[in-house]
Each structure stands twice: as structure tokens, then as C-alpha cells.
Design a protein around this ligand. Structure first.
Ligand SMILES: CSCC[C@H](NC=O)C(=O)O
Ligand SMILES: [Zn+2]
Ligand SMILES: [Zn+2]
Length: 408
């Protein structure tokens, strides 16, 4: 017997309607979205755009597709407010996800398997396909109730966040189409919280990716050659990792610090050498550094220059990722009340903040271990559903903020 389940799209998620198998339709939609393989290194962005186009039709919202770079489309659904001259509210999410080590997963990472406890396993279940569907379902429910926003709401879906945002948000914020959105405030991704509370992120650390090149004298592997690359490499590694240890201590000994308040240093790549018995002419080492917005970045670079100079002659460095001006700090008095932190990694919020728009990182996931980018990433369906309710209250609150000084 085939049960055809058809309701008007706007009623689709009304007061606890369940599909024949008892699953909330918001959960069904979430699992459908999780099955799209928008995974690096070759994300199926077409599938995401097709999915979002269908949703826009269901929600009866216009959808703009802007190709910000070749093959990289930003999709924007716009719910026009009753006071469209006021600055708008942006609900941002990225559509891409990071790769998996499938052999370490309990279930297929793209099947969205739901276990007996209601835990949904999939890459992107926390980062951040949950938030995308929560925005959509909150909007759908608010529309079904006949509610209308005063300020315009934009739902933005961007590619390439996980690879640095260069062909996504970083480029898009510089384009006229972005300015035209007239955004006054943005929500973007946060992190799960294992306890009862939700965490809100008001800034981010600065990601620096650096490679240090250590040249040296080559020669036979049987001799005491002077000025070798390896001796310099060792000094460089020691300086970086000693600093790492200090920062780790600082985090562990201060009760009021979270990861976002200290600098992390991780040695992530080493290169060099061609044979056991040939002393190499160069050895390179790369680090992933994450620096809090309170640190003077010019001074920090000088520190790195000192470490290089101390390690020997002709050592050079190059950045694959750097910012010498913190683009990620936003203080607002109302934030004093919140459980607020500096985001330890990097998100598209930093590009939004860099053009002067306040952005908050928030993913409504409490009672949930932090599993983004990890094996067996999951989210419980009840936690997911509660998050929709959070946005059902948050969207009206944000869009009804009265005109501020200087606003039309
Ligand atoms: C520095 S661009 C990389 C962005 C990436 N974002 C999410 O994990 C991160 O490593 O934080
Ligand atoms: Zn993310
Ligand atoms: Zn991520």
C-alpha cells in the first residue's frame, strides 16, 4: 500500500504533523539534505542549488543565484519585510562539508542513518546543514502562521566555506550584489555545547597558515656538515612548540579562558630530503596558528621573525593564510548577558564582520558533543527540532528591532 502524503507546503511542518512513519517532516527534510554529497574536494553544488530552488518555490520566496566565481553560486532567498527601507537580517549558512574517513564511521556518512535514540549520523549534521534546515523550517512555520517580518530577511547559502571562503563569502562581500542586500546584522554558524547552555560567538581567532623554509649546506650523510637545514628546522620547531606549550598552560590554568582566548599552534606538515645519505639543501615546516583578536598581530609577526633569525641564516617564511588586521571582533553591550566566546576556528563571519556588519556565530545545539569535522558526526532529532523553535523566536526578535540611529 502506497501512502501518498500531500499537504500544502506551508502547512508541511504545522504543529507536530508527522509522516506515516512517525518522523517529523523537518527531520525528513534535514536527512534528505544531508544525503547530498556537497563534500570536498569536489562538492556537488548543483544538487544543493536544485534542492534550494525547490525550497524557495515551497516557501514562495524569490531566489537569487549569483555566480560569484566560476562554478561557485551563492543562493539567496529573500523574505521582504513590511519596512524594507530598514537594514535587513542575514541568516547565513554554507552548503559544503569536509571529507570523511568512512572506515572510521559507524554508518555511511551520507546516508543520514537515524538510530533508535534519534541520533542522525552524517557529515554536516552539526556543520552546518542542521542550521540551514532550521532557518528554512522556522521561516516556513512563521509564514504558515501568517506572521510577517518588519525588517527584510535574507537566507543566504554559500559554497566553499570549508576551504577558506575565497571563492565564496570572501569574494561575495566585495560585490555590489552583496551591498544591495543592505544587511544590518548577521547570524552564522557556531558550535555545539555538551551542557544545557547554547554558546554564542561574537568574534573569531585569526587563522595564520605559515611555512618556514630552512635552507642549509648539503653534503654526505656520513659527515659533520656545518649549517645544516635540519639544525635550523629543529630550532624553529622548538620555538613554535615551546610557545604552544605556554599557551596550553595558560588555557589550562585560567578558569575564565576558553580555546578562543589563547593562541593555538600545530605543526601540520614537514618537507625535505631526497635520500638517506644526502644532507638536504632545504627543509620546510608548516604550522596552523589561531590567534585571538586581542593579540597585536604585527607584534606577533615580529616574534616569528625573531624565532627565524635565532634559528640560523637565510631562513624565510611565507603565509598561505594571514591577516594582519583583526577582522573579527565585535563588542556589544547586550552580549554581556550571554554565554559568549571567541570562535576557535574560522568561519565566513569574519568576512561579514570585515565589511562592518555585526555577525554572531550560533548553532542551536545543546546537550551535544562537539563533533564537527570528526568521525561519526551526529545530531539528535529532538535537539534539531528544538533549534527550529529557537529561530522561530529569534527571527521575530531580530527583525522587529526598531530603526536605529542613522537608519532610514
Ligand atoms: C583559514 S580558512 C579555513 C577555514 C576553516 N573553517 C572551518 O573549519 C578552518 O580551518 O577554520
Ligand atoms: Zn561550518
Ligand atoms: Zn567546518
Amino acid at each position: 500500500l502506497e501512502v501518498v502524503w500531500r499537504v500544502h507546503p506551508l502547512q508541511y511542518v504545522g504543529g507536530g504533523q508527522r509522516s506515516p512513519d512517525g518522523e517529523d517532516p523537518s527531520v525528513t527534510l534535514f536527512r534528505e539534505y544531508l544525503r547530498l554529497k556537497t563534500v570536498h574536494p569536489e562538492p556537488d553544488y548543483d544538487a544543493a542549488v536544485r534542492f534550494l530552488s525547490r525550497i524557495a518555490v515551497e516557501l514562495e520566496l524569490p531566489l537569487k543565484k549569483i555566480e560569484v566565481c566560476p562554478g561557485r553560486v551563492v543562493s539567496i532567498m529573500t523574505w521582504e519585510g513590511t519596512e524594507p527601507q530598514l537594514k535587513s537580517v542575514l541568516l547565513n549558512s554554507h552548503t559544503d562539508v569536509v571529507p570523511v574517513y568512512q572506515e572510521h564511521w559507524k554508518y555511511d556518512a551520507f546516508k543520514a542513518f537515524k538510530d533508535a535514540k534519534g541520533d542522525i549520523y552524517a557529515r554536516g549534521s552539526q556543520d552546518m546543514k542542521c542550521v540551514t534546515i532550521q532557518y528554512i523550517q522556522a521561516v516556513r512555520k512563521l509564514k504558515a502562521q501568517g506572521w510577517k517580518p518588519a525588517r527584510t530577511v535574507h537566507l543566504m547559502f554559500v559554497p566553499d566555506e570549508e576551504v577558506g571562503g575565497h571563492k565564496g563569502m570572501e569574494t561575495f562581500v566585495t560585490q555590489p550584489e552583496f551591498q544591495k542586500l543592505n544587511i544590518g546584522f548577521a547570524l552564522d554558524e557556531g558550535l555545539a555545547n555538551p551542557g544545557e547552555a547554547f554558546t554564542v560567538f561574537y568574534g573569531e581567532r585569526n587563522p595564520w597558515w605559515i611555512t618556514i623554509h630552512c635552507p642549509g649546506s648539503p653534503g654526505h650523510g656520513s659527515r659533520f656538515v656545518e649549517n645544516t637545514a635540519a639544525e635550523k628546522l629543529r630550532q624553529v620547531i622548538n620555538s613554535f612548540l615551546d610557545f604552544r606549550e605556554k599557551e596550553k598552560q595558560r588555557l589550562n590554568t585560567s578558569e575564565c579562558f576558553t580555546l578562543g582566548d589563547v593562541t593555538t599552534v600545530n605543526m601540520t606538515m614537514v618537507k625535505g630530503g631526497v635520500a638517506y645519505n644526502v644532507i638536504p639543501a632545504e627543509m620546510d615546516v608548516s604550522f596552523d596558528l589561531r590567534i585571538p583578536p586581542t593579540v597585536n598581530l604585527q607584534e606577533f609577526e615580529r616574534q616569528i621573525q625573531e624565532w627565524c633569525a635565532e634559528a640560523g641564516q637565510d631562513i624565510t617564511y611565507e603565509f598561505a593564510q594571514v591577516s594582519l588586521f583583526s577582522k573579527s571582533f565585535h563588542i556589544n553591550p547586550f552580549l554581556k548577558m550571554l554565554n559568549k566566546e571567541i570562535f576557535p576556528a574560522a568561519t565566513d563571519s569574519r568576512f561579514i564582520r570585515a565589511v562592518g556588519i555585526p555577525a554572531i556565530g550560533f548553532s542551536p545545539m545543546n546537550r551535544t558533543p562537539i563533533l564537527l569535522h570528526d568521525h561519526n558526526e551526529y545530531l539528535n532529532e529532538e535537539v534539531f527540532l528544538k533549534g527550529i523553535g529557537v529561530y522561530e523566536r529569534l527571527i521575530p526578535a531580530l527583525t522587529s528591532v526598531p530603526a536605529l540611529a542613522g537608519e532610514a
